[in-house]
Write a protein that binds this ligand. Structure first.
Ligand code: COA
Ligand code: AMP
Length: 627
């Protein structure tokens, strides 16, 4: 291991107060914290408990005040409209303050929630920072979610206002957003006071009585002053899939978040003031929150926001064009994006058209980085390809090769080592550490470092039950894996019902709920199966009710359509299989875990309580087959 890393990691675990107290100096406080961590109410820990700050001031105003107002803060590159728009720090500060003024006119005050349902337009970032400016709590909902999912989030977050656009652009398709928002508000119990609508030129949304035109409202708005919040006040809620259908509202606090992102941007990604950084994710996911919006701006870098796909907008050279045109130093994406490029252009012919020499490193997260994709990217780009492992819950990497602190040799398939602050362990069912090379559950000793989830929105009990009760004193990541003899961590996959489709996190439980609601279905199980492009795809196994007089094809098509309509296009249920029976225990519980292990190629033996092993044997070939 690197000696610098060893020393820094050890200090972060043995004396977290000193470590994070020092890191707190990376940001500007209104009131600097004296209490570094309040541990008086375990398992709830509050970082920088008596500190006060404003996150948008840290992202914008302080750079302008330091004389860097002319530095480019944001490059918005749209491959679908062929436009590039640049905002300096001073321009972005002005736009954010004005939109914060618009929110205030709509009655949004400190602590109020604002749901943002926008695609990859600069206004998404502006709306997020505007909330931060006035102490409001944003909750960005990914555009690929259907009205029912949006409604569930509205009813949980109870927003004062919803911010949306007339449309998103998916490749060459225009997706109208406003009708989806109208439908979500119609079916939700809670009614927001207003919907602020960005009218994009491709489509004009129909406006109703409670709708406010973004541009019109902006033309009369007064810039809002930053509002000071406590470090422990929520900055945002980001809903993510759990093991049940009900999404979990991950809460991010203000102070710990700013400190952790500032520390990680430098030490993990080696990005500082003036560097051009591109996280090719979506603002609807945690990678987008942390590394498109907050972290690069907090450290004074230039963030690239890309509207488009890795392939098809216009071709598989889009990523290389963006790197060369904006002189990108670091690119962060999901392996699935590079697999899509590799599939279209396996020899990298399009890469030869661009000068990508500005690139220092390529970072991957969101799903396991398979060795093939690692090798291809390394060979094509000739730069270090760095895997990092994290989750919506943690908000920043748990394991990484720390480029800015102490780069280490890369081992394909491993995100390298625990990041300072994360006391990572691999344990067996009893919670004891397993030896090197042995698989186990990956857990993290409490307290988690700053920037990680302090709780779930309005649901402390669910927070404890979901993450902290399985192994007392530890946070359960839900991922399994092992450490090798050198201490490198290998994260092999989820041990629960969460699946990862094209870098999008989905719950098989929520898909099952939709499948089970089809009138022909007696029972069902949805399992993530391997897909060479998207990593995993959900596959539904259904048992039909007796006497059903409907062709399988019709049932399957209806089920797929229902999943798309009720969860969203990203759920991509491409495959439904009718089977005579599902494997169960003698008490009637479907053996989903055993089915998953066969689909993953791990082939764990079924429990001794299995009712009829022949049912599992008959199903096994279908679990192993690609959809
Ligand atoms: N709004 C509306 N619809 C959306 C959407 C959005 N924001 N995002 C995706 N969809 C739709 C897609 O158009 C597609 O519709 P279709 O079935 O009619 O074609 C469907 O949802 C599935 O989308 P996806 O799984 O993304 O497949 P794709 O073929 O469009 O693209 C990839 C595949 C691999 C290129 C793409 O998923 C990708 O770039 N993934 C990277 C993900 C990522 O960055 N994750 C963040 C973690 S770092
Ligand atoms: P999300 O919350 O959407 O970021 O998804 C988090 C999940 O994605 C993790 O629990 C892992 O299962 C998976 N994941 C993310 N990054 C990696 C990685 N680098 N290696 C393996 N799995 C990953």
């Amino acid at each position: 291991m690197g000696t610098i890393y060893d020393e820094v990691y050890r200090r972060s675990i043995s004396d977290p107060r000193a470590f994070w107290g020092e890191a707190a100096n990376l940001i500007d406080w209104v009131t600097a914290p004296v209490v570094i961590v309040d541990d008086s109410r375990p398992p709830f820990y509050r970082w920088f408990a008596d500190g006060e700050l404003n996150t948008s001031v840290n992202a914008l105003d302080r750079h302008v005040d330091a004389g860097h107002g002319d530095r480019v803060a944001l490059i918005h590159d749209s491959a679908v409209t062929n436009e590039v728009t640049r905002y300096t720090y001073a321009e972005l500060q002005n736009e954010v303050a004005l939109f914060a003024g618009v929110l205030q006119v709509q009655g949004v005050a400190k602590g109020d929630r604002v749901i943002i349902y926008l695609s990859m337009v600069p206004e998404a970032l502006i709306a997020m920072l505007a909330c931060a400016r006035i102490g409001a709590v944003h909750s960005v909902v990914f555009g690929g979610f259907a009205p029912e999912e949006l409604a569930a989030r509205i009813d949980d977050a109870l927003p004062q206002v919803v911010v949306t656009a007339s449309c998103g652009i998916e490749g060459r398709r225009i997706i109208e957003y406003k009708p989806m928002v109208d439908e979500a508000i119609r079916i939700s119990t809670h009614e927001p006071v207003s919907t602020i609508v960005l009218q994009r030129p491709q489509v004009r949304a129909q406006m109703g009585d409670h709708d406010v035109d973004w541009q019109e409202a902006l033309s009369t708005a007064q810039p809002a002053d930053p509002v000071t919040v406590r470090a422990t006040d929520p900055l945002y809620i980001l809903y993510t899939s759990g093991t049940t259908g009900r999404p979990k509202g991950i809460v991010r606090d203000s102070g710990g978040h700013a400190v952790a992102l500032s520390w990680s941007m430098r030490n993990v990604y080696d990005i500082g003031p003036g560097d051009v950084w591109w996280a090719a994710s979506d603002v609807g996911w945690v990678v987008g929150h942390s590394y498109i919006v907050y972290a690069p701006l907090i450290v004074g870098a230039t963030t690239v926001m890309f509207e488009g796909k890795p392939v098809g907008t216009p071709d598989a050279g889009a990523f290389w064009r963006v790197i060369s045109e904006h002189r990108v130093k670091g690119l962060f994406t999901a392996p699935t994006a590079i697999r899509a490029i590799k599939k279209e252009d396996p020899e990298g012919t399009l890469l030869a058209d661009y000068d990508v020499s500005s690139l220092d490193a390529l970072f991957f997260a969101g799903e396991r980085l398979d060795p093939d994709t690692y090798e291809w990217a390394t060979q094509m780009l000739g730069v270090p390809v760095i895997d990092n492992w994290w989750q919506t819950e943690t908000g920043w990497p748990i394991a990484a090769n720390l480029r800015g602190l102490d780069p280490m040799p890369i081992k394909p398939g491993s995100p390298t080592v625990a990041v300072p602050g994360f006391a990572v362990r691999v344990v067996d069912d009893s919670g004891s550490d397993v030896p090197a090379g042995v698989d186990g559950a990956i857990v993290i000793d409490l307290p988690l470092p700053p920037g990680t989830l302090p709780t779930l929105w309005g649901d402390d009990e669910r927070y404890v039950a979901s993450y902290l009760s399985m192994f007392p004193g530890c946070y359960t990541t839900g991922d399994g894996g092992f450490r090798d003899e050198d201490g490198y961590l290998f994260v092999m996959g989820r041990t629960d019902d969460v699946i990862n489709v094209a870098g999008h996190r989905l719950s098989t439980g929520s898909i099952e709920a939709v499948v089970a609601a089809h009138p022909a279905v007696a029972e069902c199980a949805v399992i993530g199966v391997h897909d060479p492009l998207k990593g995993q795809l959900p596959r539904a196994f259904i048992v039909c009710k007796a006497g059903i007089d409907m062709a399988d094809d019709t049932i399957h098509a209806q089920i797929k359509a229902a999943v798309r309509e009720r969860i969203g296009a990203i759920a991509s249920l491409k495959d439904v299989v009718t089977v005579p029976a599902l494997p169960k225990t003698r008490s009637g519980k479907i053996l989903r875990k055993t089915m998953r292990s066969i689909a993953d190629g791990r082939d764990e033996p079924p429990p001794s309580t299995i009712e009829d092993p022949a049912v599992l044997e008959a199903l096994a070939p279908m679990l192993r087959a690609s959809p």
